[in-house]
Design a protein around this ligand. Sequence first.
Ligand code: HDE
Length: 693
Amino acid sequence: MPPPNDPAPPRNPGAGGETHQQAGGTVPPLTTQQGVPVADDQNTLRAGPRGPALLEDFHFREKLFHFDHERIPERVVHARGFGAHGFFESNGELEGVSRAAVFKKGAKTPTFVRFSTVAGNKGSADLARDVRGFATKFYTTEGNWDLVGNNMPVFFIQDAMKFPDMVHAFKDEPDSGFPQAATAHDNAWDFISLTPESMHMVMWVMSDRAIPRSFRFMEGFGVHTFRLVDAQGKSTFVKFHWKPKLGMQSVVWNEAVKINGADPDFHRRDLWDAIGAGQFPEWELGVQLFDDAFARKFEFDILDPTKLIPEEQVPVKVVGRMVLDRRVDNFFAETEQVAFCTQNVVPGIDFSDDPLLQGRNFSYLDTQLKRLGGPNFTHIPINAPKCPVMNFQQDGHMAMRNPKGRANYEPNSWGDQGGPRETPAGFKTVPVPFPADAAKVRQRPETFSDHYSQARQFYVSQTPVEQTHIADALVFELSKVQTVAIRARMVSHLLNIDAGLADKVAKGLRLEPVPAAMPAAKPTRQDLPPSPKLSILKNPPASFAGRKVGALVTDGVDAGVLAALRKALEAEGAMLALVAPQVGGVTDSAGTRHPADEKIDGGPSVLFDAVAVLVSPAGAEALAKLPPARDFVADAAAHYKFVGYSAAAAPLFEKAGVPLDEGFVRLDDAGAAAGFVTTCRKLRFWDRGAAKK
Ligand code: HDE
């Protein structure tokens, strides 16, 4: 039986769960993999109660054999991820540009998305400073299209040849096996500082984009330039963007560190809970479309994946929306076994010559073979297209899709019984001419050689608060680097990006003397205008929807205020969690009992977007003696959160050493609740203390 205070129905009906229950009623008999009913699942077969186990115990041997083989290799990168099902609905804006069925007006295509961190292993914490994967499988009527993107629009390297080196350097060091899920170590910064092309991406990874509040509040990008192809075979360059309807939001670094302790599953839990609560996250799919003429006149090479095209230069056109509305039924079967491959495109979508994309097209297919154990991974339900699949590929490990009849080759003479044939409507690669004088070379194009200008443009496009976060992140990471020469090499790169940033970092490291600027292949352009779209804080959300307030409550909490706060949050589309000294909850001023969502030390304020402290005078006195209660308010203040509070909370603030400011909002009567929620729309009170820098 579930505990009496657990209102949740069984999540997976039919799975049983009770111990020692006999089959009967709705509970099916336990069987072996061969379907043989099992009478005793508690004891191995032995020669006498104290004797050795017998080899003939096929149930025991099968059970252990299967258990021993449960693990498959984790992904070499993006090992930790979380997926959900949904759909993509096209608004038809791309109909004239791409012949893909997925872009027909009103077409609704099932999707599966897997979000991930990159460097950490499968069991690492969600709030690592890292890039987030944003991989989408579209099960279109013309086959699967995989848009395997990230939450940042550029990448560290320009050529797939360097990917193994980059990943080796970023992951745990090979001798010690740590640090896990962190680039704050010598190898990572050694590689970065020897790879000037990574400087633009470094700005993104040191920014708040690398510590998102939730998958629901992240943008996504296809990164590379792709091509869309119309019915006549005309192609248009495209860059893909996902824009979260709830807006963007990140946490601050100190918060990230604490979230990793309080709830290492913070991001996956957030997505799971939101979908379970019917708060389905939604993204707009946007495209930047451009032609050869633009590509020629653009300041950078459109094939260079370390560059983006500012949205102010080529606006993002919305072409549809994606809603994630269904949790997975089984994490392994879906999230773990899903196999994204960049080469999965459909008629109407094609590749560009971006050397990183070209390399990926080899790597993804190859890696699935290792991870999923054979060439038939496309037969696994999560990977299988939802349209007919017909070809002459056959056999192999675990073949599930086995055609009937004699035809397993073509051409053949078997007429209608001869199996599938090519169709003119199929995928055709866009005929792109090669330059007549092209020779086989291993050579970076000269047009890829400006490594600093867009890094600078990103930095100067941020608000002062965001710039401070970038500088702080660099100081933090480089402080973990033990080799002073690597720290210095990084500062010499920063001098090519922004002198103020380099100065802050050098001072933060107490690096003396400050090195000279790194010699650059191309001087940094100072004339690129700031691109406000690159900033999170310059593009705030319109509401507090999808966010969560944690209310620290005690016995005697004002019943009217609590009810009003809950109502105001519901009206906004936001959530309320009650945090109390005991999980059994509190009794309000009207005598009603409210079970708590979290006991105080299990629900620190880092888990919430804003907090409220709704207490009675006696409750406040008691909380003031509890370290986790003092941390709750001290952290909320340190993380620039808005705090709603009842007058009685004063002793707690005093004991926690928290001075009140305009970010603290009185919640003494029910009328104040709506105003507090409106204030929370700003998400953070950046004017507090140190953030003013
Ligand atoms: Fe990946 N990447 N990648 N990557 N990548 C993988 O494929 C690779 C790159 C991205 O949730 C691997 O199935 C190479 C850019 C995501 O299952 C592997 C290069 C971008 C995911 C691989 C890149 C990505 C992966 C590991 C440089 C953003 C997780 C396991 C040429 C546009 C997908 C796997 C999921 C996963 C190779 C660079 C995104 C080894 C060689 C750029 C979101 O195949």
